[in-house]
Design a protein around this ligand. Structure first.
Ligand code: FAD
Length: 478
């Protein structure tokens, strides 16, 4: 008898184990220790458990044998798997290669100890096979996302017109990235959450067992099955894609989602594949090419590129180019007693993250990440916080995005300059303060000048920082 272990982040409708004629049983471990490794947002725990239980119910309904170690047993991952192996006595174990580094090696070591033969299916979370991404990064010691993205477009044929990019341009940024009009815009609502008995049970269990974690399980809102995730994808393509491009960098105090897809929580656990999402968007010809290209760039470009950076640069996990050491205060985790003098955008987005476990890209980068970098928090502390609070956070995507893109801990591998700004940029893209003068005089702007002064030596050799440093010196010397 051979068994396949289905990992929590691999809830694929067509998991390769289901098509493997050698597999007799499916193993699922709801590992208590995994959910307690960090103070994870209750919505993230709910998402994973509800998705795992729906998958198990579906496989059983299809007549498969599923063996589950339930969360209520309070068993850790390795102990839970060992229990299944001792009870069921398979002679081999199969699993899909995990995206986070080290997982496959630990599983192989356990199987060797138990005398099991192993089979590892390719990681299905990405369009690009791991070896091909590794090959590209090996050939590009100074990797640039734009080069990777063009390679992906040619490789996949998405938005290509023969050998040339559709519309004769690779990049439509000039048409995109607008602030919202002053009068506001109508943002279509996300599909409503309708919880069945399985999800309702998970919500109750998480609310009870993880009561001290951030978030409120009873407000859970995300898709947990491939069918539900497809409904979200269809709704995004039909209702919000057309405005994705123009407003992808916009922010609004009362709109947490704007025209973003909110599909990362589904993509990162296999409810949707990158293929499903990129194809649906590329083919939706009634949205402008600028919007479709802007979105496809995120999925086949940024998402796959970041996974490549993570694989090629494991040293990123401990980087700290600017030598920053401040620790996060407890309100970041609890959401309680947020200081009154925290700048308005940071307070609003922090409250949002506690409510939803989500903020869109530009809020992660230019509000939260920007502020945390300006204020000198240690990059590993920041990564830990993002990992705990966000519903779509896993090591492979956290490390390059937070350590690399957002906190510049790599000293310039992912981003050619630190993503920092004062209040003026935030005001332009989000109208956070009552006037431009208030934005200029805000604590955000003060923190920006202080950061440049404190890190002047470290940034002086970077030509892209020359103007900002010159402005800082002119102010300081005035
Ligand atoms: P959309 O704006 O609709 O974009 C579409 C899709 O593109 C996303 O669903 C995502 O799959 C992909 N994508 C876009 N940019 C990136 C990127 N830089 N890296 C990886 N995928 C990308 N993304 C995560 O999936 N998990 C994280 O934990 C995460 N943490 C982040 C932390 C910081 C500080 C920053 C700056 C970015 C982070 N991102 C993370 C990337 C990006 O912000 C999110 O993928 C995106 O906001 C998810 O919301 P959405 O599905 O509405 O995205």
């Amino acid at each position: 008898m051979k068994a396949a272990l289905i990992l929590a982040t691999q809830q694929f409708e067509r998991h390769p184990a289901l098509e493997d004629p050698d597999i007799d049983e499916l193993f699922v471990v709801e590992a208590e220790d995994r959910f307690r490794r960090l103070p994870y947002h209750q919505h993230k725990i709910t998402l994973l458990l509800a998705a795992m239980r729906h998958s198990a119910a579906r496989w059983e309904a299809e007549g498969r044998t599923v063996r589950v170690v339930p969360l209520s047993d309070g068993v850790g991952f390795a102990a839970g798997l060992e229990r299944l192996v001792r009870d069921r006595r398979p002679d081999g174990l199969a699993w899909m290669g995990a995206t986070d580094l080290g997982v496959d090696e630990r599983l192989s070591a356990l199987c060797a100890r138990w005398g099991l033969r192993t089979r590892v299916y390719p990681d299905g979370l990405f369009l690009t096979p791991a070896e091909e991404v590794d090959g590209w990064f090996a050939e590009h010691p100074a990797p640039r996302m734009e080069d990777f993205y063009r390679w992906q477009r040619r490789r996949t044929g998405l938005l290509m017109d023969g050998g040339r990019p559709a519309g004769r341009r690779w990049n439509f940024d000039a048409d995109n990235r607008k602030p919202l009009p002053r009068g506001g815009v109508v943002v279509p609502a996300l599909p409503a959450a309708e919880h069945d008995g399985i999800t309702a049970g998970v919500i109750a269990e998480v609310g009870e067992r993880f009561a001290e974690h951030p978030g409120d399980a009873s407000e859970f809102w995300l898709p947990v099955t491939p069918d539900e995730a497809r409904t979200w994808l269809d709704a995004f393509v039909a209702e919000r894609l057309a405005d994705f491009g123009p407003y992808e960098d916009a922010m609004a105090r009362d709109e947490p989602f704007l025209f973003h897809s909110v599909l990362s929580s589904s993509l990162n656990i296999g409810l949707l594949t990158a293929h499903d999402v990129a194809d649906a968007v590329a083919q939706h010809a009634s949205a402008s090419l600028a919007s479709r290209e802007g979105f496809v760039r995120q999925v086949i470009g940024w998402r796959e590129y970041m996974r490549g950076v993570y694989r090629a640069h494991p040293e990123l996990a401990d980087a700290n180019a600017l030598g920053l050491h401040r620790r996060l205060e407890s309100y970041w985790y609890t959401g309680r007693r947020i200081p009154r003098d925290l700048p308005e955008p940071v307070r609003v987005v922090l409250e949002r993250v506690h409510r939803w476990g989500y903020a869109h890209h530009i809020e992660r980068l230019m509000v939260l990440g920007n502020w945390l970098l300006l204020r000198g928090y240690a990059p590993r502390e920041v990564t830990r916080w993002f990992s705990a609070l966000f519903v779509d956070a896993y090591e492979w995507v956290m490390v390059p995005n937070v350590m690399g893109m957002s906190q510049w801990a790599d000293g310039g591998l992912v981003a050619t300059k630190p993503y920092v700004s004062g209040g003026a940029y935030l005001q332009k893209m989000g109208h956070w303060w009552e006037s431009d003068a208030a934005a200029r005089d805000s604590a955000f702007t003060t923190a920006y000048w202080d950061f440049l002064a404190a890190n002047e030596d470290a940034l002086a050799g970077n030509p892209r920082m020359a103007l900002a440093l010159a402005q800082m010196r002119a102010r300081r010397d005035a």
